[in-house]
Structures are given as C-alpha cells and as structure tokens.
Write a protein that binds this ligand. Sequence first.
Ligand SMILES: NC(=O)c1ccc[n+]([C@@H]2O[C@H](COP(=O)([O-])OP(=O)(O)OC[C@H]3O[C@@H](n4cnc5c(N)ncnc54)[C@H](O)[C@@H]3O)[C@@H](O)[C@H]2O)c1
Length: 253
Amino acid sequence: MRVEGKVAIVTGGARGIGRASAERLIEEGARVAIFDVLDEAEDTAADLRAKGGEAVFHKVDLTSGTEVSAAVAAVTETFGTVDILVNNAAIPGVNKLVHEIDEDEWDRVFAVNVKGVFLACKHVLPGMMAQKSGSIVNLSSIYGLIGSKDIPPYHATKGAVLMMTKTDAICYAPHGIRVNAVHPGSTKTELFMEAAETYPDGKDAYLAMMGAAHPLTLGEPVDVANCVLFLASDEARFVTGASLVCDGGYTAQ
Ligand SMILES: NC(=O)c1ccc[n+]([C@@H]2O[C@H](COP(=O)([O-])OP(=O)(O)OC[C@H]3O[C@@H](n4cnc5c(N)ncnc54)[C@H](O)[C@@H]3O)[C@@H](O)[C@H]2O)c1
C-alpha cells in the first residue's frame, strides 16, 4: 500500500497510460479521480470500483479553467485535499512540418498539452500548499528530450512540460511539493495502436519498425504507470525536478 490514504487526480485516465496509472494508484491504496473528455472514462472508473477501489470520473476539458477549477473543487469535497496530480492527458496533434501547420492546429496542441498541465497545477497547488505536501507527476515524452522528423508541435509541448516540471519543482519545494517528469518511449496504448493502424505500410510494419528502435522493444502502459507510482509515492520523497526516462533504452543509443 505505497500510496495508502492519498487522494489522486489522473488526467486523461480513460485509457492508455492514464488508465494504467489510475489502476496502479488504486491498487496501492489511493482514491482516484479521473479527468477526461471521453465518456468511456465512466466505464474505467466503474472497472476500478469493481476491483475494490474508490474511483470517480469527472468529465473535464483540460483546456477550460472553469471546468478544471470546478472538478478540483468537487474532488476536494468528495475525497479531501489532493495529494497526487498526474498530468497525463495529451494529444499528438497534426503531423506536418512547421511551414505547413495552421495557427489553430499549433494552438490546439499547446492548449491541451501545456495549458492543460498549467490549469491542473494552478487549481491543485493551493490545496497542496495549505497541507504542505503533494506530488505532481507530468507525462512528458522521449520527444521532450530529443528531436525527430515528425510532429514538431508535440515535441515543443513536451519540451515545455519538462521545463515546467523543473521550474515548479524549485518554486514549490519550500511548500513540501515535489514535481517530476516521466518520459515514455513507444508504449502500446490506444493512441499508439491508432498510429499503427494508419501507417502506410501497415500495422505490422509499424510495430516492427518501432519495436526495433527500442532496445527492449515496445513498452506496456503498466511499465510507465509503475514509474508514475514511484514518483507519486513517498518513496520518492527526495526526488524532485527529475526526469525518469521509461523508454526501453531508446534515448540511450
Ligand atoms: N503511448 C506512447 O507511446 C507515449 C509515448 C510518449 C509519451 N506519451 C505520453 O503519455 C501520455 C498518455 O499517452 P497515451 O498513449 O496513454 O494517450 P491516449 O490518447 O491513449 O490517452 C490520452 C487521454 O487524454 C485524454 N484527453 C485528451 N485531450 C483531453 C482534454 N482536452 N481534456 C481531458 N482529457 C483529454 C484522452 O481522451 C485520452 O483518454 C500523454 O501525455 C502522451 O503524450 C505516450
């Protein structure tokens, strides 16, 4: 019971890494609120409750400060002050080069991936500051550490998340709040499999290509969730501003 009695919010917890993170947090004793735009998050929360955990779903668009503020208030009312915030929700955005991207396409990726992290932190931090403790885990990516020849705005957002992590770690350490980043490599989530399905040479070719790029091949959502759990827990009490790379060796090459 590594996070026993803690209250956690997992953004984008309907599926993928967010769902796995919510599940691991529940298994280790936390009560979890999932913030997501997808109605299927209601089924996710029901599944987690069926396993004996305390889970609720709030339909929240993370780009709306009004919605985030109201949902954080509701979680605090139901479960108590938030101890753990997992900023997981993100979108890949358009796969175009910079000279081809429309302004609204660029803004949309930043609205979800960067402003969404800002808004969740903004509304959760006052409660954490009042209780003088908290752990925020931000999902960046290997694409927040290195460049590549696809999805430029996504790279920019994940680099921003890394720097928000470091700055917030310094600013909120005096309040007993830790802020860390996890950088997954290719992980077999719905998002990743959707990319595989649309690959011009077919799904199997995509999986083979991406698997070969990772020395340990592709990750599973629970592999990333275990990193989230560690950083969220008090086991990581001397860890803040850190980047935990969970990429099967991709960036070691
Ligand atoms: N899967 C990978 O290979 C991989 C690799 C590196 C980093 N990541 C990062 O890990 C995190 C999770 O990725 P995933 O593969 O599980 O993605 P996913 O698409 O399967 O899940 C993302 C969730 O975020 C939710 N979401 C999107 N926009 C939202 C909004 N405006 N408001 C509320 N919820 C919203 C979606 O509905 C979805 O449930 C993301 O931050 C992603 O960038 C994933």
